[in-house]
Design a protein around this ligand. Structure first.
Ligand code: G1P
Ligand code: ZN
Length: 538
């Protein structure tokens, strides 16, 4: 039976860079989750009788919210919910299911790479019929609804069993439980040359994939071990756990340290990779080398033609503004489109839908293409495997030859986590106030707050990060995170270009040392935050 429940609005349900992300304890408040889902349904139009895709990264509370979402989808008039077994779907797999089955949209339960467990984070994202994150006009409308909502609709049916594949009905809603991996694996086989990769692996090439006790374990096991023939045990931490084993499921040098030490150290396998909580991020390492995500994007753009699904060439490449300019050089050489967008995958959606780009990426370990409308961790790993199998070179030599051809964009990101919101805003406002006076000092030729005019729908997005651009193309960028759940996180991105092959071998912190110091001084970092060093360097 359908019930209408009275509720009071919450004031803090504004979706951030990637959906509504809060502590589990916030979502556990009475009606909090229901209010947000009803606000979403109130904003959407014309879904009666249509299909909603549902799945999440398996973190704590995923199972409860999956049940709530299904009951509310039934009460609000959806015709069908396609849900991954156990309520699981990686973010890119969910995007694929939405597109493949022509769904109206999808709800993804995830807080990405944030910590899980009862004291960790939870999140709800909405993706539209193109499979991509809802644009800002929808997320802002949801926020507006959430501030005035007075009731929600929910079925009072008992919990639905989601652990076996099959179909059932609740209050007129058909619930189809599907294998979370199968459709995704089929898509990957259509994009990459699995035979070629299998041959590489048979020839003795070795790899490790760290599932970080999060969603990509089952995807990695099926694809790398079962389909591509990598040895059993290639996938480490391959079983999704509600608290990710107490670790931070973020594939970077800090949180995937064990893998990095093993592979970069040179005594382990030839290739290492990892993905995050919900499977959209990727880390790529080889013997003796860590591939920065910005370089990875550029190398993928330059070599995509090696892969089956991209063999006709790519239409263009886009990167988020703070991502290094390495990909731009590839686009110039290939004479293809090139775009610079604000941070967040949602800004790539229109460009992909319009066919203006094929490949896109962010410095934050996100890479992807037009095959779905999310970044895709396992896709990036397969792309690298396909390139390695085709070029028959090591990761290290592919990166070195890329730098030799295009030059090297030294790059680093310094994060200052859990800074007080006042201090972070003070620093950003201080910088904003002095932008005009910075031009001309220290060879700064441009100092602004980045804004973006979407070439497809004409929308304008402002306040997307403060940029100091130097005469020689070096850049310092400051922005505040839109995904954190406690205090503020200040991100400082630093980049400089080195064309001279003989000077490309430095450690990036060394190569960028003077810009790093300048970044602190110009922003009065110490004065505002009391910090002398970052919490995370990537
Ligand atoms: C971070 C990354 C951004 C990415 C987002 C979602 O957002 O910087 O590139 O799209 O996570 O994975 P931020 O916390 O910086 O707002
Ligand atoms: Zn993620």
């Amino acid at each position: 039976m359908i019930k209408t429940v009275s509720t009071n609005p919450f004031t803090d349900q504004r979706p951030g860079t990637s959906g509504l992300r809060k502590k589990v304890t916030v979502f556990e408040q009475e009606n909090y989750t229901e209010n947000f889902i009803q606000s979403l349904f109130n904003v959407l139009e014309g879904f009666n009788g249509k299909t909603l895709v549902l799945g999440g990264d398996g973190r704590f509370y995923n199972d409860r919210v999956a049940q709530i979402a299904i009951r509310m989808a039934a009460a609000n008039g959806f015709g069908r919910v396609i849900v991954g077994r156990g309520g699981l779907l990686s973010t890119p797999a969910a995007s694929n299911i939405i597109r493949k089955y022509g769904a109206y949209g999808g709800i993804i339960l995830s807080a990405s790479h944030n910590m899980g467990g009862p004291t960790g984070d939870f999140g709800i994202k909405y993706n539209g019929g193109n499979g991509g994150p809802a644009p800002e006009k929808i997320t802002e409308a949801i926020f507006a609804q959430s501030k005035t909502i007075s009731s929600y609709k929910i079925s009072d049916a008992p919990d639905i069993y989601l652990n076996t594949i099959g179909s059932s009905t609740v209050d007129g809603l058909t619930i189809e439980v599907i294998d979370p991996v199968a459709d995704y694996a089929t898509l990957m086989q259509s994009l990459f040359d699995f035979d070629l990769i299998r041959t590489l692996i048979k020839s003795g090439f070795t790899m490790k994939f760290d599932g970080m006790s999060a969603i990509t374990g089952p995807y990695g096991t099926r694809i790398f071990e079962d389909l591509l023939g990598a040895a059993k045990g290639t996938v480490m931490s391959g079983v999704p756990l509600p608290d990710f084993g107490g670790h931070h499921p973020d594939p970077n040098l800090v949180h995937a340290k064990e893998l990095c030490d093993l592979v970069i150290g040179g005594k382990g396998p030839d290739f290492g990779a990892a993905s995050d909580g919900d499977g959209d991020r990727n880390l790529i390492v080889g013997k003796g080398i860590y591939v920065t995500p910005s370089d990875s994007l550029a190398i993928i753009a330059a070599n995509a033609i090696c892969a089956l699904g991209y063999s006709k060439g790519i239409a263009g490449v886009a990167r988020s503004m703070p991502t290094s300019c390495a990909a731009d050089r590839v686009a110039q050489k290939l004479k293809i489109n090139q775009f610079e967008t604000p941070t967040g995958w949602k800004f790539f959606g229109n460009l992909l839908d319009a066919g203006l780009i094929t490949v896109c990426g962010e410095e934050s370990f996100g890479t992807g293409s037009n095959h779905v409308r999310e970044k895709d961790g396992v896709w990036a790993v397969l792309m690298w495997l396909n390139i390695l199998a085709h070029r028959k070179q090591s990761v290290h030599s592919i990166v070195l030859s890329h730098w030799a051809e295009y030059g090297r964009n030294y790059y680093t990101r310094h994060d200052y986590e859990e800074v007080s919101t006042d201090a972070a805003n003070g620093l950003m406002n201080g910088l904003r106030g002095k932008l005009p006076t910075l031009i001309g000092q220290n060879n700064i030729v441009k100092a602004d707050d980045f804004s973006y005019d979407d070439p497809v729908d004409g929308s304008r997005t402002e306040g997307q990060g403060i940029r100091l651009i130097f005469e020689n193309g070096s850049r310092i960028i400051y922005r505040l995170s839109g995904t954190g759940t406690s205090g503020a996180t200040l991100r400082i991105y630093i980049e400089s270009y080195e064309a001279d092959n003989s000077k490309q071998g430095l450690d990036s912190q060394t190569a960028l040392a003077s810009l790093i110091t300048m970044a602190s001084n110009v922003s009065d970092l110490g004065k505002f935050t009391g910090r002398t060093s970052p919490t995370v360097i990537t």
